[in-house]
Ligand binder design. Structure first.
Ligand SMILES: Nc1ncnc2c1ncn2[C@@H]1O[C@H](COP(=O)(O)OP(=O)(O)OP(=O)(O)O)[C@@H](O)[C@H]1O
Ligand SMILES: [Mg+2]
Length: 257
């Protein structure tokens, strides 16, 4: 069964100028239907401004849909009261492009991760350190650094911290919005491998967003290609990468160095 189903989703932003709205709309997400199986990785690829982040914010219920529905584990999220959505928010977690901006610079890694773990269950004080250490090991970080602050880590390590924070509340769905775009190429594959391993081990489904088709092909089971708010191509990662049907996908493929 599909864990996440997006049905005819639209997000249309009103166009504003100095005097207010113009009556026109930007169709950032335009009649998108997609589904994501439990434990699988769906890659969403498209150039800047095509609507990828808007779609992921809509799934997170951070951006209301103009029309359509998001069904998570058989439940239509738009039918739920805000309190229920807040309660379910721990089920879906995000990883962003810039781990430095998304981590609180004044919180040690210990505090950040302990707080994330406690979204799911309250821990006894004595158990916190062990739980944080285990989490750090899981993402390839040495627990001896748990009382350090974000600025003391490299970009790749910071992204590992952001990933640890995301998996801490045991989510069922991970939304990763360009999680490796800010990293050196040599570090990118390490983070991609970590994300693949974790989704497999923990049975998490993941929507993986990137503008880079080769990155998406590397990690995803299925690929959806987005252009100006619409899904123009969808298929298994190998089919889309090796035999692209849509001209836009061919252009994305040609853009890979
Ligand atoms: N809050 C907003 N209000 C109005 N328009 C918006 C808003 N957020 C995004 N847009 C517009 O919606 C469209 C899609 O933007 P979005 O950020 O979803 O694209 P993206 O694919 O994530 O791009 P990028 O690869 O640069 O992150 C763009 O035209 C953008 O200018
Ligand atoms: Mg974006």
């Amino acid at each position: 069964m599909a864990y996440l189903e997006i049905i005819n989703a639209c997000v249309h932003y009103p166009v504003r100028n100095t005097w207010g709205t113009t009556g026109e709309f930007v169709r950032a997400v335009d009649d998108v239907s997609l589904s994501l199986e439990k434990g699988s990785i769906l890659g969403l690829v498209g150039e800047s401004g095509c609507g990828k982040s808007t779609l992921s914010r809509a799934i997170m219920q951070l951006q209301p849909l103009t029309s359509g529905s998001i069904i998570l584990n058989g439940v239509n999220l738009s039918s739920l009261p805000p309190r229920e959505i807040r309660r379910r928010r721990t089920d879906f977690q995000m990883v962003f492009q810039d781990p430095y901006a998304s981590l609180n610079p004044r919180m040690s890694i210990f505090s950040t991760l302990a707080e994330a773990l406690e979204q799911r269950e309250k821990l006894k004080k004595a158990a916190r350190e062990d739980a944080v250490a285990e989490l750090m090991q899981r993402v390839g970080l040495s627990p001896e650094h748990m009382y350090k602050y974000p600025h003391e880590f490299s970009g790749g390590q910071r992204q590992r911290i952001a990933i640890a924070r995301a998996i801490a509340p045991k989510p069922a769905l991970l939304l990763a919005d360009e999680p490796v775009s800010a990293l050196d190429v040599s570090i990118q594959s390490q983070i991609l491998n970590l994300l693949t391993d974790l989704t497999q081990e923990l049975g998490i489904s993941m929507l993986f967003i990137s503008h880079d088709l080769s990155v998406v092909h590397y990690i995803a089971d299925n690929i959806a290609v987005m252009q100006r708010g619409k899904i123009v191509e969808y298929g298994t990662a190998d089919a889309v990468f090796n035999h692209p049907q849509h001209q836009y996908t061919q252009t994305l493929l040609a853009a890979i160095p």
